[in-house]
Design a binder for this molecule. Structure first.
Ligand SMILES: *[C@@H]1O[C@H](CO)[C@@H](O)[C@H](O)[C@H]1NC(C)=O
Ligand SMILES: *[C@@H]1O[C@H](CO)[C@@H](O)[C@H](O)[C@H]1NC(C)=O
Ligand SMILES: *[C@@H]1O[C@H](CO)[C@@H](O)[C@H](O)[C@H]1NC(C)=O
Length: 431
């Protein structure tokens, strides 16, 4: 892609369309004078190249019919009061786009699709952020483990090095000159990634698929101009707005109502999540969307638990390999419910932590209070959280190794330490 070409594509904010009137040499004077009046009102129709509805969940960009054709889009209905067409852009493997609002769509057999590379180039020099919304995202998942509750651990595994690794399918997005998103695989529908863009450099989205079977994805790519708040702050892989929602680790089965003990997060993650501070909000709280109890997997489980035979939450120094980074995290046993956190208060049994991990989400001081998930909140702004994982899960070094506890094996006890997270977040009003 030539820089010149990049420049041309989305800097043109206005489309021009001439409404032409035919002038016929066989006209008599009366007709000519009428035509003259019409020509004096010669119209130049201008409209913005805005988003438009292109049918179903798709959006397109409003262009003239000719522009749409030249740019390689397909017309999906009219816009701008009939003067434009809603131009939809769908990219196939191997292709390049310089258009805002392009969809990367594929369904089919892995053996014929792979490898699949899309090149997304900034549609002007003024693009700072490019957002990939995974409307559908199904590729093969990582090596999984299975947590078991029996302390005797007959099914003990030594495969901690492989658990969470994307050894078959992979997805990456490059970010030349900037921090690249983590490599992911598995189920990621509903997730998104935003990368920092560089002028004159394109970002590549790469799927590597191994083995047979079908895969499918439908990814919307939106480009944001520098200074456009919708793109989120630089460096934020994910950006959330509004006052409540959910946030999950990649490959989390967010649509499942009951979680299997084989729910497994990915290795080598660096997932930075950022929230917009909505008007009159002063804190943010997270709580597992599915609360785990003893023996039942909830939507939180990250790393070992120092407490040995009790699956509980851990903080700070106990969180080394895999953890959530939340500056000044606090959870108050009196405010287990995410909706009742009192901004400005430091309740009883509160420990301010920067890292949380373990089998329950909790930063309570008391070990007993760490045996269930609590709401974890922070008043630090901007509202941020980072999920970090290393290459390995902690399992046994040999199948005969002892002791076999939650402290030495992430698969010992349920909830396991391999789960990852799916948390409901709620912004808290200022008091
Ligand atoms: C011009 O053409 C119109 C329509 O054909 C006709 O009604 C009119 O009489 C013509 N005028 C002259 C001056 O020929
Ligand atoms: C799609 O376009 C419509 C305008 O037709 C807009 O209201 C809507 O927010 C757009 N959706 C997305 C996801 O951009
Ligand atoms: C791209 O489209 C979105 C709407 O889908 C819009 O908000 C954004 O401003 C557009 N980006 C540019 C650079 O025009």
């Amino acid at each position: 892609m030539e820089p010149g070409q990049i420049l041309l594509s989305c800097l043109l904010v206005l489309s021009l369309s001439l409404v032409e009137i035919s002038t016929d040499s066989s006209l008599n004077s009366t007709q000519e004078s009428r035509a003259g009046k019409l020509i004096s009102m010669f119209q130049i129709v201008k409209f913005k190249n805005e988003a438009c509805a292109a049918g179903g969940v798709r959006n397109g960009t409003c262009y003239t019919g000719d522009e749409c054709k030249t740019r390689g889009g397909s017309s999906a209905g009219s816009c701008a009061g009939g003067y434009g067409v809603c131009c939809a852009f769908t990219l196939s493997c191997g292709a390049t786009t310089v258009e805002n609002c392009t969809y990367l769509v594929e369904t089919g057999s892995a053996s014929t699709i792979s490898p699949c590379k899309y090149t997304v180039c900034p549609c002007s020099r003024d693009i700072c952020r490019i957002r990939f919304d995974f409307m559908t995202f199904n590729i093969k998942g990582p090596v999984t483990g299975t947590a078991i509750s029996d302390p005797a651990m007959t099914a003990a595994t030594t495969e901690g090095g492989a658990i969470g690794d994307c050894t078959t399918d992979t997805f990456t997005i490059t970010a030349p000159g900037n921090f690249a998103p983590p490599l992911i695989c598995g189920f990621n529908s509903g997730q998104h990634m935003i990368v920092d863009a560089s002028p004159d450099k394109c970002n590549e989205a790469n799927f590597g698929l191994v083995g047979g079977g079908t895969r499918n994805w439908d990814i919307k790519v939106t480009q944001y101009a520098c200074g456009d708040e919708q793109g989120g702050p630089d460096g934020c892989l994910q950006y959330f707005t509004g006052t409540t929602g959910t946030v999950a680790s990649f490959n989390f089965p967010t649509t499942a109502s009951i979680l299997e003990p084989s729910t497994t997060h990915l290795s080598n993650q660096q997932q930075s999540m950022c929230w917009r501070q909505e008007t009159n909000t002063c804190a943010i709280c997270w709580i597992p969307e599915i609360l785990g109890t003893d023996q039942i997997t909830g939507s939180f489980g990250i790393s070992t638990t120092a407490g040995g035979n009790k699956a509980r939450g851990e903080t700070d120094g106990k969180c080394q390999g895999d953890y959530l980074l939340i500056p000044d995290a606090q959870s108050d046993v009196a405010t287990e419910d995410a909706d009742t956190f009192v901004v400005g208060s430091i309740g009883s049994d509160v420990r301010l932590s920067d890292r949380v991990c373990g089998r329950q989400l909790s930063s309570a001081n008391d070990n007993g209070d760490r045996r269930m998930s609590l709401s974890v909140c922070t008043q630090q702004r901007p509202f941020r959280m980072t999920f970090k994982t290393d290459a390995d899960e902690v399992t046994l070094t040999s199948t005969s190794a002892a002791p076999n506890s939650a402290a030495s094996n992430e698969l010992s006890r349920i909830p396991g330490g391999i789960v990852g997270f799916n948390l409901r977040w709620t912004l808290q009003a200022c008091s």
